[in-house]
Ligand binder design. Structure first.
Ligand SMILES: [Zn+2]
Length: 223
């Protein structure tokens, strides 16, 4: 006989928020509806993934790569961190990039930032936030490098502009990695895109033409 007060009984009859039962139920409903539309969807996806895109975006919960681009599971390889930083010392990012380029052979690398990015705004502020300050040091350097342009703008516009400059800088960092340079040298077709997403209307804006071949070509387009 089951003790009415045992933890097991509680779990069976009174799911609490701790069990995340609502998420699991939504997951089952989603899987059922996808399978109803395409019975072989999961069995095919389980065998291989062939995404054309690598997404490097912000961890912000309001900027989910698949949803805002309408891409299905299997269509985009994703790396996210605070403020979509591409640091050449970040082995997590480099491992993702190398797998995407060398193994998956993605055709497009999309660096997508967003206006109102908390990480970028934190880099503009003059007080300590914790370990994140170390992560954001590159964005603070970017702020210093563009101080003249940014100081001439009202605070909101300056923050928005730094969000854009950050996307452009991180896309350049992607292009400068040995992974992408070597792929281009082999003749592999990879384009790097600099996009920014607006939280209040859900629209993505490309900032400049994509980097298609050599970084120098792209720098020329910026002049
Ligand atoms: Zn952000």
């Amino acid at each position: 006989m089951v003790d009415a007060h045992s933890p097991n009984r509680l779990n069976q009859t009174q799911p609490t928020m701790d069990t995340l039962a609502d998420l699991l139920e939504k997951n089952r409903n989603w899987a059922t509806s996808v399978k109803a539309e395409d019975p072989s969807f999961f069995s095919e996806l389980a065998n291989q993934q062939t995404p054309q895109y690598l997404w490097i975006g912000c961890s912000d919960s309001r900027v989910p790569a698949n949803q805002i681009t309408g891409l299905a599971p299997g269509e985009v390889f994703v790396h996210r961190n605070v403020a979509n930083v591409v640091a050449e010392t970040d082995f997590n990012l480099l491992a993702v990039l190398q797998y995407a380029v060398d193994v998956l052979k993605v055709r497009h690398v999309i660096v997508c930032g967003h206006y109102g990015c908390g990480g970028v705004i934190a880099a503009l502020e003059n007080f300590r936030h914790g370990i994140i300050d170390n992560w954001l040091s590159g964005i603070r350097s970017l702020h210093r490098a563009h101080r003249e342009e940014l100081d001439a703008l009202p605070p909101q516009a300056a923050a928005d502009r730094l969000c854009e400059l950050n996307v452009l800088a991180q896309a350049r960092h992607v292009a400068r990695t040995t992974i992408v340079e070597d792929a281009w040298a082999r003749g592999q077709q990879i384009s790097i895109h600099s996009w920014i997403y607006r939280l209040d209307n859900g629209i993505i804006k490309p900032l400049v033409p994509h980097i298609g071949k050599k970084l120098n070509d792209w720098n020329a387009q910026l002049d």
